[in-house]
Ligand binder design. Sequence first.
Ligand code: SF4
Length: 433
Amino acid sequence: MLAPVMREKSSQLVQFDDLGRRSRKSLFGLDAEDLSDCMLEAGEPPWRGCQLVEALYRQRITELDAITTLPKALRQRLAAEGWQVGRPAITQVFQSADGTERYLVEGQSGDGLTMETVWMPEGDGGESGDGSDSGEGRDSDRSETLGASSFPRSSAERVGDHQLGSTYGLGTPVLDSETREDSRQRATICVSSQVGCAVNCDFCLTARLGLQRNLTAGEIAGQVLAVFDRHAVEVGRDRVNLVFMGMGEPFLNYGNFMGAVRLLVGEMGLSPQRMTVSTSGIVPGIERFAGELPEFRPKLAISLNAPNDAVRSQIMPINRKWPIASVIDSVRKVKLRPRERITFEYVLLGGVTDRPEHAVEVARLIRRTGLPAKVNLIAWNPGPGIHYATPQLEAVEAFRRTLMDAGIPAYVRKPRGRDIYAACGQLKRTVEG
Ligand code: SF4
């Protein structure tokens, strides 16, 4: 008889039935050590755990019965004990005219709450994820043309009920061969760490949800694999960057966020230098992050968004707890790799944070930190019920120019997927395409 449950870690999510009894237990989200322990407790040799790692994270198998490296009798015994693969699955797809896709992803808990993940072919010009500068200006015209021709309109596809019928083959991205090749070369996946968010930034649609729950490590890593499968991404061949900038504040779900990173790096073979985590400035989280081993530490982005504490506290209440100086002090503790830079994300709110004097102040602030840094500028993306204005294009360019003139690399992130609520600050499980 299989022992009931191995030691529980934050990365494991056990489901309960209506009577509160344990029902389904997910293998996905357990690391190599956990899986070996699991097999030992089942009376199997620990190397069966390695077979599970290979099946779950390298071969990306989603059904227990399809893991044929395990004997059939063992698969049946695991299933009878309530084990399943339990990998998160895409349930709905929204396709933008610009090629971006936004997904609603069902997690492991069965609570009906979905998380959001975004696929941006060619990235968004802001974060290349590998220590190099963004791809700004590189082939951008071509990529926009390809995106537009392949995704003629924004649309919604509900996986499983053929909302759009055969035009948008289920589980299959609408990519011609040329676009597919380009997507394989370069794309960015924006990953959520929580359902909703408690940080309550005034300009952000996700904040309107409040915090609904933390995601498990398996749910965070599972978003990536679900999107990899959809786009036939091959690890080691394709240049796909991960940004933990979706719903939620990763450093308020620190253990599960880093658990996911360890799965993605350790079990799946992704490079942490192709990953960037963005925080609103959770100082204890940044300090903990500073202690992570470089081989498992993504790059760090700080969501700055304002030139000074007065403005920042107005639009980001978290600043009252951890003002800019304390955030910068904690960032200084992160030991950067050669050529690595801290990214400062800056959302430009028309008339509020986009004025010429703000640009001068931001330049001064960043220079004073003495950190190797760059700035990603994001023109605010509109959301229903949020009363800010999108900045003028000229104001965005003038802001960027001021930073550049001050010797600070600055990039403008392309607004991706605005028409499907996939752009920065727009993730709110909106179901209108
Ligand atoms: S901007 Fe980020 S940290 Fe702020 S409320 Fe939105 S999701 Fe949370």
